[in-house]
Design a protein around this ligand. Structure first.
Ligand code: 9D3
Length: 249
């Protein structure tokens, strides 16, 4: 998969291929990352990339001409890619949106800086607008890097064997169960006994129950979206009954 990014901070975005899963995917040519800097398309001596908003007010916008020329240059290289503008006004990012994007192919991320970009440019050039969520960050770069990381994990072959086995497990749509490693006793706290006795069916049941129970406690809205089979419902009922017992004491 090829990903192009239009950004005033290419050296920041390029960091994403510097390590881990994304780094390995890039090394193995599963992912190709290209950055385009609007500053390289300026025509004035000072290489100006910002401009004042009509109507006044605080803050600046990205200057239209360098941005338009950068977009045109990328489009020439990847005419069929979807252009996604990262902005606080976008649809909140979800795993589903990322899956669909990876399935539909190449993408160009446009990273906003300052207060954003001219609305007419959005109308003419942008296919989709995505947000990380309802909080403020300083620009689209970190958001694009989040997307690149999440999308890379969905490229066939990008994850190691162990990582992809985990992804396929029952827990889809649920929060993860709690994990434990050595030592067996840490500051007086013991590892749950079920994990120590080697009965894999008991362990699997316990993990599934923990995943269900923690989702019920922390993110109940996630449970509404999935259908539980009878066994899962029984595990959750038992967890809820147990948590009500311990609450009363
Ligand atoms: C504080 C300035 N704002 C109100 C006057 C608007 C504003 C403009 C530009 C707020 C943030 C930004 C920069 N943010 C992004 O470009 C951005 C973003 C975000 O802030 N939150 C969640 N997702 C994203 S994706 C891009």
């Amino acid at each position: 998969m090829r990903i192009d990014v239009i950004t005033l901070f290419p050296e920041l975005v390029e960091q994403v291929i510097g390590c881990g899963v994304v780094g390995r995917a890039a090394e193995r040519k599963l992912l190709e990352l290209h950055c385009w800097n609007p500053r390289d398309y300026t025509r004035d001596k000072h290489r100006t990339v910002d401009d004042r908003p009509y109507g006044g007010g605080p803050g600046m916008l990205m200057k239209v001409q360098p941005l338009q020329d950068a977009i045109s240059a990328v489009r020439e290289k990847c005419p069929d890619a979807r252009l996604v503008y990262m902005s606080p006004q976008g649809k909140p990012l979800t795993q589903q949106r990322l899956v669909r994007q990876v399935e539909s192919g190449s993408v160009i991320f446009l990273c906003g800086r300052y207060e954003g970009i001219d609305e007419r440019l959005i109308q003419r050039e942008v296919d989709e607008e995505w947000s990380l969520g309802d909080y403020i960050i300083s620009g689209g770069e970190l958001a694009a890097m989040v997307c690149i990381d999440a999308m890379t994990r969905l490229i066939p072959g990008a994850l190691g064997h162990d990582e992809s086995a985990q992804q396929d497990s029952f827990s889809e749509g649920l929060l993860d169960y709690p994990h434990y490693t050595r030592p067996e006793e840490y500051l007086g706290d013991r590892v749950p006994p079920v994990l120590m006795n080697g009965n894999h069916r008991d362990i699997e049941n316990w993990r599934q129950q923990q995943a269900l129970g923690r989702t019920w406690q922390r993110r109940p809205e996630l449970l509404q979206r999935i259908r539980l089979d009878a066994r899962q419902q029984a595990l959750l009922d038992e967890y809820i009954a147990e948590s009500e017992r311990t609450r009363k004491r």
